[in-house]
Design a protein around this ligand. Structure first.
Ligand code: PEP
Ligand code: MN
Length: 263
């Protein structure tokens, strides 16, 4: 199967693996966003991530700063020149992001698992040319993942990528979400022209697993990485145990071995 796709590379981003998207799990305050973004830009990062609408498993948790965060992302773009990305889960989120000039949208794992939500997002994106990265659904259902990508592609969007963030399981051992690498590998076999980005932060759930997971993704020929990075990870309002400072992120990326035969 071939989706009708175009390159996800944005102007100024070299075509050399890995493409890295980095930033905090959540935008918390303007200071935290700007401090993290400036440190990441100093390390040469080109694409910033921060969630402003956070779908949480249980009520009562921090559910994101909402539209206020869009102004901070605009400020990141202006101050650092990085491209900015955030998660959308409803058509309202899409309209707000398009209005604010967000560069890349991603769909979270809980949203990919919901065909009505995916269709609503696809309808809101009709006729818009923006890169959209679709995370796998929380459950290991390749067809649901492909279906979500198809809905966005059918709306006319061609700059698509898949994000592999692992699959939830009842028994949590080493990983927060099981990598089940054969599933993204099968996705690549089914849709060979679709770039696949690895999210070691949500697979591992612990900062010490980020480096080995990044290396595994590179060895398997993934096209990019999305990694959570926070200027003060231990104080993060969400996913504290899996975030790393921009310094540590830079260290991890410098240690990666990119083998020629997987390029
Ligand atoms: C996130 O990227 O912070 C996030 C909520 O991820 P996921 O949808 O993979 O759980
Ligand atoms: Mn997160």
């Amino acid at each position: 199967m071939e989706l009708e796709l175009e390159s996800i590379l944005l102007p100024g981003i070299e075509d050399k693996r890995p493409m890295v998207i980095a930033g905090p799990c959540s935008a918390e305050t303007e200071e935290q966003v700007m401090c993290t973004a400036k440190q990441l830009a100093e390390k040469g990062m080109k694409i910033f991530r921060a969630g402003i609408w956070k779908p949480r498993t249980k009520p009562g948790g921090f559910e994101g700063v909402g539209v206020d965060g869009l102004a901070w992302l605009k400020e990141v773009k202006k101050e650092t020149g990085m491209y900015v990305s955030t998660e959308v889960a409803t058509s309202k989120h899409v309209y707000e992001c398009l209005k604010a000039g967000i560069d890349i949208l991603w769909i979270g794992a809980r949203t990919t698992a919901n065909p009505f939500a995916m269709q609503e997002i696809a309808d809101a994106l009709k006729g818009v040319d923006i890169p959209v990265f679709v995370k796998n659904p929380v459950n290991p259902d390749l067809e649901l993942w492909i279906g979500a990508l198809e809905r966005i592609n059918n709306a006319g969007l061609k700059r698509l990528a898949a994000i592999h963030r692992g699959f939830s399981s009842y028994d949590k051992k080493l990983y927060r979400n099981l990598p089940q690498w054969h599933i993204p590998i099968e996705l690549r076999r089914r849709i060979p022209n679709l770039p696949i980005i690895c999210d070691p932060s949500h697979i591992g759930g612990k900062r010490e697993l980020i480096a080995p997971l990044c290396q595994q993704a590179m060895d398997l020929g993934f096209n990019g990485l999305i990694i959570e990075s926070h200027c003060n990870p231990d104080c993060a309002w969400s996913d504290a145990s899996q975030q790393v400072t921009p310094d540590v992120l830079d260290y991890i990326l410098n240690l990666l071995v990119i083998r020629k035969e997987t390029q």
